[in-house]
Design a protein. Structure first.
Lengths: 493, 497
């Protein structure tokens, strides 16, 4: 049998449903791969071997009894550690939640379980999803399988790296400012941020509530669409969840894979296709645009004049919400408690706990957000940022009056070496320059590999109108059919 | 600082004008909490009515309770408010262990209901209290500090938190500042809270019990010299009864007047009302000014009540207390002023129920506003807690109407009922208090009285019928009041005619 860890999720599901492989065999192969390479990659914070095998056995039993299996039944999936998993450690890569086992499953996890997927474990990330490199994980960074000395992107570097390292065929990420797409770009994998409200946030440990969006990560577009369709859809437990049917993303991906984009109008975001990106990134992007034109797409340049204010607006809105969302980590009810020696006041214990439990980037953003919401500064910072957000949304809606989707590179630069951007937070924040506008608008966007620059993957971003997630899958799949998927180094010893 | 002797209330009012404002919290009686499906029953074992949402566990999200929104809109409508067509919840950020998320989901600059009013009447005069806003928020948990002398956090060896109450929907009703009340300020404050309570009770959205904490009131008070700008206000908390509302305002007026007269400036602070002494004490002073860093709650979609729905709710409002009072005054044949006294005594429902149990309006009112009001007043309890049910009052009056009790005996029977000896019939039986109207038994007493008072008997024989009263009195005396006076009189006249 060929190595199931190199297959697509769709292929794996096919093997299981046809009986050519058992779910237990598939799970075991991936768990063995994790055991073999994760010491070097460090994509996982927790591997749930027993849980994975039990879930795989359940799928095999269902099949043995002739029950119908879902399209991803038995397929392993890795879940970002910011998502609550019942009885399984969930830390958001923070010391403050070390050892915390949620008493409940996130909606996304519930749906993964209901679909018969096999959860392998929890993946590494920047603490509380704040960062673009996983260097801010309290448990050490994840290494990019393309070059173990480079970052795998962030915050969801663990999920993306687990795919590139063939430890898992599918992974769940969360995207607040690019945390699914940018890791996808720099690891040569596919990452999709669904429409905000298209996937439930229930059980996702909040960073920025108005931006956070769970989404699929895979090694190809169709797999991402399959995973998307399993986790998406209205959830009564999330007030911001959209009560509408999920667009048929799988059909759209399959349509795109035929390589025909006749009649599809692509808007090239002028502001994101010039200076600011590495030449190699721009070159790969432009070649991809040519390829899309050859598939019949029409490309027009579109100006989105307010996108340049997206980064500063984001760094006011997201930290503001984070400063409030992270207030609950105080050592009173769960997680870390420091200094409770019977002599210290409650305030001192809270303060010591938060000082010891939060890392430098989390503290930076809490301070930033606390300041931005302060009386006397609210209008100038948080209030102004909300106005910018409205203008950016208007840029999108105006653009979508004349084009079907917007396109840009996913991130201005390829995977950078560890330590090269941690000394200057702004240099790190630039990694999300092209991904952030979508989060502020709330629409869907996908990153798909489009070539290499200096031997490292480059990502191509497709942004679509809200609840038109199918459009981006079509374009991404078409591009994939033209340029092919990328094959990362095997990491064999 | 020199201590100034406190002025009298009259003195204080003679020199200063009070401005009051009231913030009232009402716990809604919804079946489930504001943002989750947990039950809301009072008095359950600590931390048994909790879930990931109301415990604020990482990842949990709120979903607004439609019934709570509906109840808030109905309260707003009953208070003559405008209902916002679109508004948002907001986060009020501060650290406190009884608040699971370290922020309270509340409303800030976009309340659900605005610009209403409540009219209250005192001695026939109407005072309008304007409502600034009615908004919806979630309650916090309850802290229990163990080991300290005061039950406060300072000095406690450990603190326990019960999150059963966390997330119960709470409506906050805020008045605009009410100036120009003069000496009436404490009474108006009490009358307002009473009216508010009655309105909310009529809506059946809360049990509005101050002693159980389902209705809580903070009283703001400031003083200024006539013609001056309004003074600095203090906020008095821990005001746990209607009577305390009046006492708190009164004592704060006296305290502030004393300070101002002595040249001391008033600090904006939170004070606590002391039930036992009737005055206010400073709360724990906050070292830094609180900045709640309010911002719109991103986890909840805006509340946008459909205008048709609001109109439906308005049309379906029950008869409000003021309308009901007017109707009952008419039905009972009493003046608006008398009706106000009935209302102020908290007697409306008691009288209604007594009438429903078969008593005339006059009879029911006589008992509740007379003997029973006197007893309630003497023992410092609410009328409803005086120890007699409307049904018992109806039975009592029924016995009087049947001639089985006279007024004097009825009061004795009532005393027995209050003392817990049972229903009127049981008390009569046990104390042997029935009216003696058996003529055979009375004839002897009548003959005895005639024999003992020959002069009076002679006058009656001469046609001076009015003199019979003296003989009736004598008979009543020998029968220890148990005779039916009417029967006695008839017997005397028959004997001497």
């Amino acid at each position: 049998m060929t190595d199931v860890t190199r297959m697509t999720a769709a292929q794996v599901a096919g093997l299981i449903s046809s009986g050519d492989a058992s779910a237990v065999e598939v799970a075991t192969a991936h768990l063995d791969r994790i055991a073999a390479v994760d010491e070097r990659v460090h994509a996982f914070l927790h591997v749930d071997r027993d849980g994975a095998l039990a879930a795989a056995r359940a799928v095999d039993e269902k099949r043995a009894q002739g029950e119908e299996l879902g399209p991803l039944a038995g397929v392993p999936v890795a879940v970002k550690d910011v998502i609550a998993t019942r009885g399984i450690p969930t830390t958001a890569a923070s010391k403050i939640l070390e050892g915390w086992k949620p008493p409940y499953d996130a909606t996304v996890v519930e749906r993964l379980r209901a679909a018969g997927t096999v959860m392998l474990g929890k993946t590494n990330m920047d603490e509380f999803a704040m960062g673009s490199s996983t260097e801010y994980s309290a448990y050490g960074p994840t290494n990019n399988p393309w070059d173990l000395g480079r970052i795998p992107g962030g915050s969801g570097g663990g999920s993306a790296a687990s795919l590139a390292a063939y430890e898992a065929p599918l992974a769940i990420g969360t995207d607040t400012g690019g945390s699914i797409r940018q890791p996808g770009a720099v690891t040569g994998t596919v990452g999709a941020k669904p429409t905000y409200g298209g996937t439930s946030r229930y059980g996702l440990i909040a960073f920025s509530s108005s931006l956070d969006t769970p989404g699929p990560c895979a090694r190809n577009v169709e797999d991402a669409a399959l995973l998307h369709s399993v986790i998406a859809g209205h959830d009564v437990r999330d007030s911001t969840s959209i009560p509408q049917p999920v667009p048929d993303v799988v059909a759209a991906a399959r349509l795109g894979a035929t390589g025909d984009l006749t009649g599809v109008k692509l808007g090239l975001v002028k502001e994101f296709a010039g200076e600011g990106a590495e030449p190699g990134v721009l070159a790969a992007f432009r070649e991809s645009v040519e390829a899309l034109v050859k598939l019949g797409a029409e490309v027009v340049e579109v100006s989105c004049p307010h996108f340049e204010y997206a980064l500063p607006a984001y760094y006011l809105i997201a930290p503001s919400e984070a400063s409030s969302n992270l207030a609950r980590f105080d050592g009173v009810r769960y997680g870390l408690r420091v200094g409770d020696d019977g002599n210290r006041s409650l305030e001192e214990v809270m303060s010591l706990t938060r000082d010891a439990g939060f890392g430098p980037e989390v503290k930076r953003r809490i301070i930033l957000g606390t300041y931005a919401l302060s009386s006397g500064y609210y209008d100038a910072y948080y209030g102004q940022a909300q106005k910018v957000r409205t203008l950016i949304t208007r840029d999108f809606t105006t653009a979508f009056e004349s084009v079907d989707v917007l396109i840009s590179p996913t991130t201005p630069f390829v995977a950078f070496p560890f330590g090269s951007r941690t000394s200057d937070p702004y240099q790190m924040y630039l990694a999300d320059l092209y991904t952030i506008p979508t989060n502020l608008y709330g629409g869907p966007a996908i990153s798909v590999p489009c070539g290499l620059s200096e031997g490292l993957p480059v990502g191509f971003q497709v942004m679509a109108p809200t609840m038109a997630d199918d459009r981006m899958y079509r374009v991404a799949a078409a591009l994939e059919s033209a340029v092919g998927t990328l094959t990362p180094p095997t990491l064999e010893a | 600082m020199t201590t100034t002797a406190l002025p009298t209330y009259e003195d204080a009012i003679a020199h200063y004008e009070p401005v009051i404002g009231l913030e009232t919290h009402v716990e809604l009686g919804t079946n489930t909490k504001m943002f989750c499906g947990c039950p809301t029953e009072f008095g359950a074992e600590p931390n048994t009515q909790v879930c990931p949402v109301c415990l604020g566990l990482p990842g949990a999200l709120p979903v607004a309770n439609r019934a709570a929104i509906e109840a808030t809109i109905r309260i707003g409508l009953a208070l003559n408010c405008d209902i916002a067509p679109w508004c948002r919840m907001a986060r009020k950020n501060y650290f406190y262990p009884d608040m699971p998320k370290n922020f309270q989901t509340s409303q800030y600059d976009e309340p659900l209901c605005v610009d209403g009013y409540v009219d209250v009447q005192i001695d026939g005069e109407t005072f309008r209290v304007e409502i600034e806003r009615v908004h919806l928020e979630e309650d916090t948990g309850k802290s229990l500090h163990v080991g300290g002398a005061t039950g406060r956090i300072h000095g406690a060896t450990e603190s326990l938190v019960d999150y059963n109450r966390a997330g119960i929907p709470l409506v906050e009703i805020v008045t605009k500042p009410v100036p120009g009340l003069g000496a009436r300020a404490p009474e108006v404050a009490k009358a307002y809270v009473t009216e508010l309570r009655d309105i909310i009770r009529s809506l059946d959205v809360s049990d509005v019990r101050m002693e159980q904490g389902s209705m809580r009131c903070d009283v703001n008070t400031s003083l200024n010299r006539p013609g001056d700008e309004w003074g600095t206000r203090t906020e008095t908390k821990n005001v746990n009864s209607l009577r305390s509302v009046e006492r708190a305002v009164r004592s704060e007026i006296i305290r502030q007047a004393g300070l101002l007269t002595g040249g001391t400036r008033i600090f904006q602070e939170t004070r606590h009302f002391q039930e036992t002494t009737g005055d206010t004490r400073p709360g724990r002073s906050k070292e830094t000014a609180t900045d709640y860093r309010y911002f719109p709650e991103p986890d909840l979609v805006p509340i946008a009540p459909d205008t048709a729905w609001v109109a439906e709710l308005k049309a379906a409002l029950p008869e409000l207390p003021s309308v009901k009072r007017a109707r009952l005054a008419e039905e009972w044949g009493i003046s608006a002023l008398d009706m106000q006294s009935v209302a102020n005594a908290g007697a409306i429902e008691l009288i209604e129920e007594t009438i429903a149990a078969g008593t005339s309006a006059a009879g029911a009112r006589k008992w509740w506003m007379g003997e029973l009001a006197r007893r309630a007043n003497e023992s410092g309890v609410e009328l409803a807690a005086v120890g007699v049910t409307p049904a018992q009052v109806a039975q009592l009056q029924g016995l009087v109407d049947e001639g089985k009790l006279n007024d004097k005996l009825a009061r004795q029977v009532l005393e027995g009922v209050v003392a817990g000896e049972g229903d009127p019939a049981a008390v009569i039986e046990a104390r042997g208090l029935g009216v003696v109207s058996d003529t055979g038994a009375l004839t002897a007493a009548v003959d005895e009285a005639i024999a003992a008072n020959p002069d009076i008997a002679a006058k009656i024989r001469d046609g001076k019928v009015a003199a019979a009263g003296a003989l009736v009195g004598a008979v009543m005396k020998t029968t220890r009041g148990q005779a039916d006076a009417k029967t006695v009189r008839e017997l005397i006249l028959a004997r001497l005619s």
